[in-house]
Design a protein around this ligand. Structure first.
Ligand code: SAM
Length: 189
């Protein structure tokens, strides 16, 4: 988020077909919940396009990057690395330390999420292996809860720039207006 050390999310691997929605949702969740950038393996171009389309419509800043080797991104990251895994330390036990690395030491954070089996060198490269419960679930759920803990809820009030459209919160129904307009026609976005 603006004014804070960078948070990037890397999707370690992508299996075309099987992982399409999950890989896209990792990017959409990273964007919506306060990360600055998602890094995808270079076979995830479809997910890149979708996340960039959403950023164009609903605002940023948010970057999407394709790389040849996500493992090199982890190895060469200039900052701290948190790898999300059900086998790790409990998020509630390490979140203070992670927040301090950002607030006090101004360190950027790379958040690693897996898809298929994660190689052991990723566990070793991480500053923290973090579990959002020690139960198996999903990279999207793990990422959402983790980011909310890192940002302590601030991400929910994030302001968006350069949006084409804004959703007007409503108790019932759907209303989407042009971002810079006073009002607009309700749509079924
Ligand atoms: N079978 C793979 C393995 O053994 O490494 C993991 C499959 S899991 C569906 C995909 C990803 O979801 C994991 O790599 C991890 O990033 C995330 N994940 C699943 N459960 C999690 C949990 N309880 N806490 C944190 N992350 C979790």
């Amino acid at each position: 988020m603006q004014g804070e050390p960078e948070v990037a999310v890397v999707r370690l691997a992508h299996r075309p077909g099987r992982d399409d929605r999950m890989t896209t949702h990792v990017g959409l969740t990273a964007r919506a919940l306060g990360a600055d950038r998602v890094i995808y393996p270079d076979n995830a171009d479809q997910s890149r396009q979708t996340v960039e389309d959403i950023t164009g419509r609903f605002g940023g800043p948010f970057e999407v990057e394709l790389v040849e080797s996500t493992k090199s991104v982890v190895r060469n990251w200039d900052g701290n690395v948190a790898h999300l895994t059900m086998y790790g330390e409990r998020v509630q036990d390490v979140e203070d330390e992670i927040r301090a690395s950002r607030d006090e030491d101004d360190e950027p954070l790379l958040v690693v999420v897996g898809s298929e089996k994660v190689p052991f060198d990723i566990y070793e490269a991480a500053d923290w292996n973090v579990a959002v419960t020690n139960q198996p679930h999903s990279e999207v759920a793990g990422l959402a809860v983790f980011l909310d803990h890192v940002f302590d809820g601030r991400e929910l009030d994030r302001e968006w720039e350069d949006a084409e459209s804004t959703v007007v919160p409503k108790a019932t129904g759907k209303k989407v207006v042009p971002a810079d307009g006073e009002d607009g026609n309700p749509t079924d976005e």
